[in-house]
Design a protein around this ligand. Structure first.
Ligand code: FPP
Length: 244
C-alpha cells in the first residue's frame, strides 16, 4: 500500500452520487445505492489496512426522508440487509460498529439489529466504523445544547463554567476524535449538515468520482493528498495531526 506515515486517525466520508451513477447507466437510482454498498466494503478494507482508527460514513441524513417513498424503503431494506450480512465480516476484521444520529426514529427492526451489532463488536479495537443514520448535525448540536441546559437546571453545571469541551462531550461523537480528513465524492462542494462542529479543522478532499466508482486507489489518493497538507489549526506553523 502506497500511503505510509502520517495516517489520519479519523476519516469521515460524505458518500454522494449513487443516483447519478445509476442514471448515467440507464439503471434505477436504487441500483446505485446497491453498488454503493460494494464501495463501502472496499473502503472499510482499505481503511483497516492503512490502520485508520475511525471511519465515519454518512449513510442516511434526516433530510433523506423527503426522498420518494420507494427509495427510502429501499435504503432501509439495504441497511437492514447490510446490518445482517456484514456483522461476521466486521467481527473477524476487528471492526467496532457504531452509529450516530436519531436512531430511535428508525424502524424498530433496524434499531434491534444496530443494538445487536454494537454489542457483538464492542470488544473490537482495530477500527471504529460509525454509520451516520437519520443524522443531522444541527439537531446533534441542538440536542447537546438541551443536554447542557438540563445539567444546569439540575444544578450539576454552572452557566459560566460551560466551555467548548462541555459541548463536545454532549455530542453523539463524544467518544471519538474530530475527523482529520473529510472526503466528499461526486464533486459537490457542500457539507450537507454533516459533523459541522467536528470538522472545524478537518482537511477537505473532494473527489469527482461518484461513490460507486470510488475505489481503493481513489481512497489512497485522498490519504496521500492529506499527507501533503500542512495543518496549522489557525496558527502560523504546521503541527502534527495528533495535536488534538
Ligand atoms: C447519496 O447518493 C448517497 C446516499 C443517500 C447515502 C449513501 C448510501 C449508501 C452508500 C447505500 C446504503 C448504505 C448502507 C450502509 C446500507 P445520492 O442518491 O444522493 O446521489 P445523487 O446525488 O447522484 O442523486
Amino acid at each position: 500500500m502506497a500511503a505510509t506515515g502520517n495516517i489520519p486517525q479519523h476519516v469521515a466520508i460524505i458518500m454522494d452520487g449513487n443516483g447519478r451513477w445509476a442514471q448515467e447507466r440507464g439503471l434505477l437510482r436504487v441500483q446505485g445505492h446497491q453498488q454503493g454498498v460494494e464501495t463501502i466494503r472496499e473502503i472499510i478494507q482499505a481503511a483497516r489496512e492503512l490502520k485508520i482508527r475511525f471511519l465515519t460514513l454518512y449513510a442516511f441524513s434526516k433530510e433523506n426522508w423527503a426522498r420518494p417513498r420507494p427509495e427510502v424503503d429501499f435504503l432501509m431494506k439495504l441497511l437492514s440487509q447490510y446490518l445482517d450480512s456484514e456483522l461476521q465480516e466486521l467481527e473477524k476484521g476487528g471492526v467496532k460498529f457504531n452509529v450516530i444520529g436519531r436512531i430511535d426514529q428508525l424502524p424498530k427492526e433496524i434499531q434491534e439489529k444496530i443494538k445487536r451489532n454494537i454489542k457483538q463488536s464492542e470488544h473490537n479495537r482495530d477500527l471504529v466504523l460509525t454509520l451516520a443514520l437519520n443524522y443531522s448535525s444541527r439537531i446533534e448540536i441542538t440536542d447537546a445544547a438541551r443536554c447542557l441546559c438540563e445539567s444546569v437546571k439540575a444544578g450539576r453545571l454552572e452557566v459560566s463554567e460551560i466551555d467548548e469541551s462541555h459541548l463536545a462531550k454532549a455530542l453523539y461523537t463524544r467518544d471519538m476524535p474530530d475527523p482529520d480528513l473529510l472526503i466528499r465524492t461526486s464533486g459537490e462542494l457542500r457539507i450537507s449538515n454533516f459533523l459541522l462542529w467536528q470538522i472545524s479543522y478537518s482537511e477537505i478532499y473532494v473527489s469527482e468520482k461518484y461513490w460507486p466508482d470510488f475505489k481503493r486507489e481513489d481512497f489512497l489518493k485522498a490519504i496521500q493528498e492529506y499527507q501533503k497538507r500542512e495543518r496549522r489549526f489557525g496558527r502560523t506553523e504546521a503541527i502534527q495531526a495528533d495535536h488534538d
